[in-house]
Design a protein around this ligand. Sequence first.
Ligand code: 13P
Length: 250
Amino acid sequence: MRTPIIAGNWKLNKTISESVALTTSLKASVADVNNVEIIVAPPFTALAAVNEVIAGSKIRLSAQDVYSEDSGAFTGEVSAPMLKDVGCEYVIIGHSERRQYFGETNESVNQKVKAALAHDLKPILCVGEQLQEREAGQTETIIEDHVTGGIAGLSSTELLSCVIAYEPVWAIGTGKTATPAQAQEVHSFIRGLLTKIYSADVASQLCIQYGGSVKPENASELMAQPDVDGALVGGASLEAESFAQIVKFG
Ligand code: 13P
């Protein structure tokens, strides 16, 4: 069985002291939770401080992006060895906001996924269609493009170190969650795609998260879908109480 993974993507929020306060409170709230992988993804500046707070707890650390090169003249970038050094186990790659505002492409996403894997970081690969693409009936084409582009060239062992996060762009930060049926349809499509590329056995082991306006009120019905294995949470992860409630979705 797949262990559910609930991750909080804090995006461009929280100073170091705010990050420490949020993590300290979250750590207390989820101390009795078992069988759920809990991840927080603070901004780069707070990674070191949050890593100290989560020491000895079940909470895992993720970054929100990574660069594909290990070192060199790439002003402003942060590499996989640096993220590993600061205590990250995961890294979010290809978030729709990176694709939309920072020119991320399937090619750059794929390079970042490979760089992360080369340094033993687990990529959380984000895929998702925009509203006009859904309305034009292109959802599956876009998802197939994002998934195959992002994982191009990965062995099945490498794929199984990844998490895929389905985040319909129209559901991010809008309060408009995909219905459980809409989420399940795409998650099942992704698993079918991975069955074709790899095998049913590999596809059945991969964790596929849903993201987009996940809240304590809708987490359990989303998580009840057979192919929804976790959540990537934005806004509701910025408060310990709401994120802890999502972690305890069951
Ligand atoms: P919201 O939960 O704020 O809609 O954000 C989702 C998201 O983008 C997580 O990566």
